[in-house]
Design a protein around this ligand. Sequence first.
Ligand code: GLP
Length: 242
Amino acid sequence: MQIIKTTDHQQMSRYAANIISAQVIMKPTCVLGLATGATPMGIYKQLIEWYRKNDVDFSLVTSVNLDEYCDLSGDHEQSYRYYMNENFFRHINIAPENTFLPAGDAADYEKECSDYDALIQRLGGLDLQLLGIGHDGHIGFNEPADEYVPGTHRVRLLDETIEANSRFFSGVDKVPKYALTMGIRDIMQAKKIVLVASGEEKAEILHKALTGPVSPRIPASVLQLHPNVILVADEMAMQHFA
Ligand code: GLP
């Protein structure tokens, strides 16, 4: 694992954006696995800025997001589709038809999940997967569990995650209890993984996940087994690393 320690969230965002833009420049037809949450916001802002300066072109890129809440339509302000459209896609020249997220409101979610895995395979896999880390060590919405789930699946969110994500909703009771997420195989098959973390509240889980035993109880720990992970994290998030 390559570790890039930055001074703060802003520098973390710029460095991670640099890696993503290098990926797009080197392979204009690449498949980007994208993530939501507060951590990657600055990365998307930076990429938009470089797009506007003509430094990066997304016209041939395909994006496949990690996850989506169940029971929210794509135009709901807290859906991840809405987040991606508003914070990234509508500001760049990616073709809307080449942007994919699991349809969280699909009636037949099992079919939706297997179609999503088939889509990832058809695209030839993910060239680069951007990942944040949840407070409980989740990646995408792969929550701590007794075993890893390989493919895209429906997951019951843990109370801790519902609580953590309630900051984006008008109340904790408004947070969906279920989500569709790529599985661990989908993520681990990415050719390159860029893991980003920022702030003191991620320090403990980041250290545990990357230096402790590999266990589905801390889903992100599986990243220790991936041959090409780049961790871009700020000093606060890395305070427990020697
Ligand atoms: C959500 C997302 C994850 C993300 C996590 C951390 O639960 N499903 O993909 O990594 O939140 O988000 P944040 O960056 O806001 O701490």
